[in-house]
Design a protein around this ligand. Sequence first.
Ligand code: EPU
Length: 349
Amino acid sequence: MLLQENVPLAPLTTFKVGGPARYFVEAQSIGEVEEAVALARSRRLELFVLGGGSNLVVADAGWPGLVLKVAISGIEQRSSDDGKTLFEVGGGEPWDKFVAHAVMQRFAGVECLSGIPGSVGGTPVQNVGAYGQDVSETVESVEALDLKDNQVRELCHEACGFAYRSSIFNTSERGRFIILRVTYALTGGGEPRISYADLERHFDGWESAPNVAEIREAVRHIRALKGMLIVPGDEDCRSAGSFFKNPVLTEAQHEGLERRAATRSLNVPSYPALEMRKKVSAAWLVEHSGFRKGYGSGRVGISHKHALAIVNRGGASAAEVLALKDQIQLRVEEIWGVKLEPEPVMVGF
Ligand code: EPU
């Protein structure tokens, strides 16, 4: 295992902002992850675990401790008792490589999550979701190193505590576990999911139901139109994807929002979410607070393709990104009375 010093982190992220890691190691095996943890402890270095770097904003000063990139690879397949097929996937595998692998063999369960950047190990952390699916529907278990007692543990689905964009890994037990491998349970020859409006529209008029491969192609196409697919040369994808979570409001909060919208002759687009609550579109709130698609003439701005993505137009600093984030949060709260919560992980702030 090679210990490197002063390694720039920006190139390891999709946002391409931020400074270096004081120390950096890449771990190909569980043994190497344990070695890196021991090293951080002995040198009293604060540890940051890096996956695919697709949901991060790294501070301009970088990370003063040790960055550990989990590069555990491998996809192993076996049948389970309930007729499903289990895929045990290394945390360092690119997520979309696994989706392609599953879809090619006609397994259903992750097809709507096509084209999402990042690594497998990151997916349970924020319960990655898109186009009507999220990984909590297929995560069977998570193998993780517990930093409390240095034991490798198998966390079952229930133990992960999944909710919208969250799990124990980014809430109650943040920083406790390093995810090594994830096991997903997929259905061979299963029916693909078409529940999201964009997908319904895409397949409108089709005579026969699309298969998982067709769903994958459609999702990648729709993501590209929104700048949410990593396409070399497209500056609208130099981002961390959605910069804010879609706020989940109480009935009363939602009514308040609708009243404010009515005074402006607007209708709030809304989606039924968890019982008695309403999830509203953060993109809509951003767009209706003066930050339209393409906003900003400097090095940071809003994507031309989606109002929820803050983009690095080239050479942006993390400070500039955070300044725009603050400005957006302030305006949205002033106008709509809703506090937007950032979605990406902030590193080194
Ligand atoms: N909208 C706007 N302006 C825009 C874009 C969207 O007003 O520029 C409004 C429209 O009313 C639209 C609604 O927002 O109908 C929803 O937009 P979209 O379908 O693009 O989804 P989203 O809620 O903005 C979420 C996830 C995405 C995921 C998509 C598709 C969050 C924070 N974001 O976005 O995830 O790909 O749904 O399922 O939940 C990510 O987390 O990084 C991410 C890209």
